[in-house]
Design a binder for this molecule. Sequence first.
Ligand code: B12
Ligand code: SF4
Ligand code: SF4
Length: 384
Amino acid sequence: MLGYDWNKIKSEIIKYSQKINIDKIGITTADPFLEIQCLLREHKEKGYGSGFEEENLELRINPRLSLPTARSIIAIALAYPGYELERRKTSATEGEIRRKFCRASWGRDYHFVLQERLSKLADFIKQMIPEAETLTMVDTGPLSDRAVAVRAGLGWIGKNSNLITPEFGSFVYLGELLTNLPLPPDKPLENRCTDCSRCITACPMHAIIPGKAIINCQKCLAYQTLTKGFLSDELKEKIAVHPYIYGCDICQLVCPYNKGKVNDIHEEFKPVDELVNPKVEVFFQLSNKEFKEKYGQMSGSWRGKKNLERNAILILGAVKDPKTIPLLKKHLFFDPRPEIRAVAAWSLGKFNYDDTGEILKEGLQKEKDDRVILEIKKALNLNE
Ligand code: B12
Ligand code: SF4
Ligand code: SF4
């Protein structure tokens, strides 16, 4: 592709990105991300993964396995709100049981929002240069969005493993556009975490591996609130008192680089309080169809309803409101899903024996699944 002034093309791309409300943009080469190869291998070998990461390490590291002609990668970031919800202040006095969705689930699902921006950017580039090839990724692509953003100079990796931008803190979504254009690359920023370790101290699960800027997902509540299976006793205790029914913002909220970052920029990400700080019982009241209609636009709905129901039952065990005993009983006796019956037993076990002992004993008579039987016995303090 001869005859183009790549510096000029780059500044046209930057100008256009501002016009379509992309908050940050940076460019890096499409060279393999050898700098993260060892880290990704260690992450996998030590069992720190969540299973949501791309399995194939080569694909994760080499952009040219996704777009063989790639010469550059354009990294983008869109900021999302960092402020607190209004509703939280009043919920306790009303005696309601509510839990939040993490900020990354506020407003419209970010995958669509960023993909739309990247598609516009791709169209713009192709208008300028008809022979341009492009491939866009947001979250679900094989590349590490954070590694791309770091090398393109959008920010640095905090000890909590999040990419932190100087302007918006770590409350940013990331995406990238691979292209065959030889655009001039940007320079990475210095890491500014220095001797701070607030995120490591604040993590309720000790999930952040010190000195590595990676987390052990098996411990992390941002991951475990998304799972749908049986949980260890430790995880049940922690999810029951976690402020979030979906995700976790704790290690970001304590970060000094997020202090005062309101990021009230994009209409799409503005939260509807009732949706992102719901009464936990709503998840038992909604049919799957109703759940899709009400929550389908939020990124926090991608796992369906089961993980939210399971977490909600655990929360009822922590709150111990006698009004919720009939609901827990119904799930212990009649829910077809053993994972849900198991947490119902756990939560009933948190009440006084006088209030729920008979229910648990009756549940034990009915139950056929060994895993649930074990849970009921634990709730009744019966030794094997
Ligand atoms: C799997 C996954 C998860 C897992 C694991 C997260 C994790 N920390 O590993 C779970 C479910 C726990 C999760 C949680 C969250 N996630 Co998530 N997740 C992903 C996903 C799909 C892959 C991440 C991955 O491979 N992790 C494994 C680690 C080892 O790799 P990595 O995090 O990509 O990047 C590391 C390396 O690249 C390295 N690195 C980068 N450059 C360099 C350079 C050098 C020299 C070295 C040595 C290392 C290095 O540092 C990074 C941090 O360890 C990405 C999307 C994507 N395709 O990349 C989103 C992504 C990371 N998640 C995102 C978000 C928003 C979240 C949550 C904030 C949501 C929430 N509130 O609950 C939390 C944050 C929890 C946390 N402290 O990390 C954003 C992060 C934005 C940001 N500012 O960093 C991403 C990028 C999605 C997106 N496109 O916006 N997530
Ligand atoms: S997201 Fe929550 S559980 Fe996960 S590392 Fe951060 S503070 Fe710990
Ligand atoms: S809390 Fe401190 S150590 Fe953790 S990411 Fe923020 S600046 Fe870095």
